[in-house]
Design a protein around this ligand. Structure first.
Ligand SMILES: Nc1ncnc2c1ncn2[C@@H]1O[C@H](COP(=O)(O)OP(=O)(O)OP(=O)(O)O)[C@@H](O)[C@H]1O
Length: 201
């Protein structure tokens, strides 16, 4: 259960969130809204990667900014860059060591990344970079999976894998997307960001 309590976030000339209080407890939630309305900002705040200017964000009652929350949250977002110089295999091993998990649970094969294990992150195509980003978000099996435009650049096969994750992943998933990613089997709570930012919900 993800809770924003009186959260405000603004940038010069732009107020994105004003005293936002919302609890997202749906198993799957889809954040939508036009370009620039603050979806990525909301997700970075939820992942504890951005400190709110005001207010507090908790996941299962724990402040997401605390180190202890890192294990329970995974994020894939283009604004969260993977280390460019690392070969894929080393990055996966490094991530596994950091989180104390196995470095291959089948995701590399599922996403068809096996051929690219020795490729440096900076040399991956957009779609393969996206797949790697999804794997690093998933690998430690977080209780909360945060996905920012996860379908961007993915081929049909990877989209099927992604739809399977949305259907079957045991933890909570919060997605920001302009696409319809679901296979249709999973009910998603629809959260239009402009409405919650203006306190309509
Ligand atoms: N660090 C920052 N400094 C100043 N402005 C910022 C910063 N980060 C984001 N913004 C601005 O905040 C607004 C919201 O950005 P954000 O990336 O959260 O939107 P978004 O809804 O995810 O957009 P998109 O659908 O295009 O991905 C944008 O106008 C962006 O330029």
């Amino acid at each position: 259960m993800l809770t924003f309590n009186q959260v405000s976030q603004s940038y010069p000339h732009q107020s994105l969130l004003r005293n936002l209080s919302i609890t997202i407890d749906a198993r799957r939630a889809l954040i939508s809204g036009p370009n620039g309305c603050g979806k990525t900002t909301l997700l970075l705040l939820a992942a504890g990667l951005l400190k709110p200017q005001q207010g507090k964000i908790t996941f299962n009652q724990q402040d997401v900014l605390l180190a202890g929350s890192k294990q329970s949250i995974g994020i894939s977002a283009s604004k969260v860059a993977l280390p460019a110089f690392m070969p894929v295999k080393e990055l996966l091993r490094f991530h596994a060591q950091q989180f104390g998990c196995e470095d291959d649970q089948g995701w590399v094969a599922e996403f068809g990344l096996g051929k690219f294990l020795l490729t440096k992150v900076q040399d991956l195509s957009l779609g393969n970079y996206k797949k790697l980003s999804l794997i690093t978000a998933l690998m430690h099996q977080p209780d909360l999976l945060i996905l920012d435009e996860p379908g961007n650049g993915l081929d049909d096969q990877a989209r099927i894998v992604l739809a399977g994750i949305l259907d079957n992943y045991p933890g909570q998933i919060i997605v920001a997307s302009h696409d319809n990613l679901s296979s249709g089997n999973t009910e998603m709570q629809h959260i239009p960001l402009q409405d919650i930012a203006n306190g309509v919900m």
